[in-house]
Design a protein around this ligand. Structure first.
Ligand code: PMP
Ligand code: GLU
Length: 396
């Protein structure tokens, strides 16, 4: 009966991050000791002060529909956070709270993309960008970046990718999957190019903002040349370990925020009320309060880089943020290991799942077929054991 499905959905790929996590769960269900390094999900508990705020909200009988675009006091907390952490100035009518940053991105695509519009995606990009763009009839335009340039797009590469059909550029910094963080100069170079193209919009996904090991986060929305055309996307999934609470938000030009509000009003009616109340408390706190998680992630990054460095053909950039390593494993293409033919990154990821019982994600999901993504949002013991298994599998 599947032929009854819409063409749009038939052409939609399954999210590879979620699919790999489901596969790992299934194997665990069969009694296999799989180490899951596929999903980008902090393994910390939610800080107690946030849990308390949620409990209070339940006791205070927050149970009705919220304003579609979020409670006003939450929007005010977001405005304060944007100013305090990013130097971005917004008014309440420019903020929309959504069911995760993922829905925020979906809203943006819904309100800005016409069929045939091109969206520039510096590659590697986060797994859902290309499919959200395609779902709205847009055309993802991949801009390949190199490991030598820390997987970052230069101004010249951006300029080359622009055509008359370019509507937007979408990128994340810190980047999922490469962990790259754009410096002030690098963002300035991009904004200088975009200065000459007033009809191009910028989606700046800053959800890993706080998970940054070099200090200093820069928001492209603060650059004069592009500030009226930038939509800043953020959320609480990563910084506050609140993935399941599903709260994300945008700061955007008012006309875009209004349009997102209109879409959301027809699709979800707004984000969960208890989660919104808890997020007010989370955002009002000084980011120092979550510094301990960042310190731990940095120690794990150093550990995994050191361990992977001992495996031939796992060539990594040094990620400055987020919690992923993205090794180029093309050294193994064309080889057969333990009866398993490895011709691309998907083969390597399946090989590691089957032979090493370690779940990773193929780089194909992020637009780079030479790499695999390994999440180090896992305990040090799991990281040590996983890399030991990977080493022994590829060297067998
Ligand atoms: N953007 C990036 C770069 C991500 O890694 C994720 C992963 N969760 C999201 C957006 C979506 O986050 P959320 O959980 O808020 O939907
Ligand atoms: N963002 C996470 C990841 O990249 C969670 C999975 C998802 O939302 O697709 O693994």
């Amino acid at each position: 009966m599947e032929h009854y499905l819409s063409e749009r959905v038939k052409n939609l790929a399954t999210s590879q991050t979620l699919a790999m996590a489901a596969k790992a769960r299934e194997l665990r269900g069969q009694g296999k000791d799989v180490i899951g390094l596929s999903l980008g999900e902090p393994d910390f508990n939610i800080p107690d002060f946030i849990k308390e705020a949620a409990k209070e909200a339940i006791d205070e009988n927050y149970n009705s529909y919220t304003p579609v675009d979020g409670y006003l006091d939450l929007k005010k907390a977001i405005i304060k956070k944007f100013e305090r952490d990013n130097g971005l100035i917004y008014s309440p009518s420019q903020i929309v709270v959504s069911t995760g940053a993922k829905q925020a991105l979906y809203n943006i695509a819904s309100v800005l993309i016409n069929p045939g519009d091109e969206v520039i995606l510096p590659c590697p990009y986060w797994v859902s960008y290309a499919d959200i763009v395609k779902l709205k009839g847009g055309i993802p335009v991949e801009v390949k970046t190199d490991i030598e340039n820390d997987f970052k797009m230069t101004g010249a590469q951006l300029e080359n990718a622009i055509t008359e059909k370019t509507k937007m550029i979408w990128f994340s910094s810190p980047c999922n999957p490469s962990g790259s963080v754009y410096s002030d100069e690098e963002l300035l170079a991009l904004s200088k190019v975009l200065e000459n193209y007033e009809n191009i919009f910028i989606v700046s996904d800053e959800i890993y903002e706080h998970i940054n090991y070099q200090g200093g986060h820069n928001s492209i929305g603060t650059y004069n040349a592009v500030k009226d055309r930038t939509i800043t996307v953020n959320g609480v999934s990563k910084a506050f370990a609140m993935t399941g609470w599903r709260i994300g938000y945008i700061g955007a030009p008012e006309w875009i925020a209004r349009a997102c509000n209109k879409v959301q009003g027809q699709v979800t009616s707004g984000a969960n009320c208890i989660a919104q109340r808890a997020v007010i408390t989370a955002l009002n706190e000084n980011p120092d309060k979550i510094e301990y998680m960042v310190g731990e992630f940095k120690a794990r990054r150093d550990l995994i880089l050191e361990l992977l460095g001992e495996i031939k053909g796992f060539n990594c950039n040094i990620p400055d943020g987020a919690f992923y390593v993205f090794p180029d494993i093309s050294h193994y293409f064309g080889r057969t290991i333990d009866g398993f033919e490895i011709n691309n990154a998907s083969d390597m990821s399946m090989f590691l799942l089957e032979k090493a019982l370690v779940a990773t994600v193929t780089g194909n999901a992020f637009g780079n077929p030479n790499c695999i993504r390994i999440s180090y949002a896992a305990s040090k013991e799991q990281i040590v054991e996983a890399v030991k298994r990977i080493k022994s599998a590829v060297e067998s």
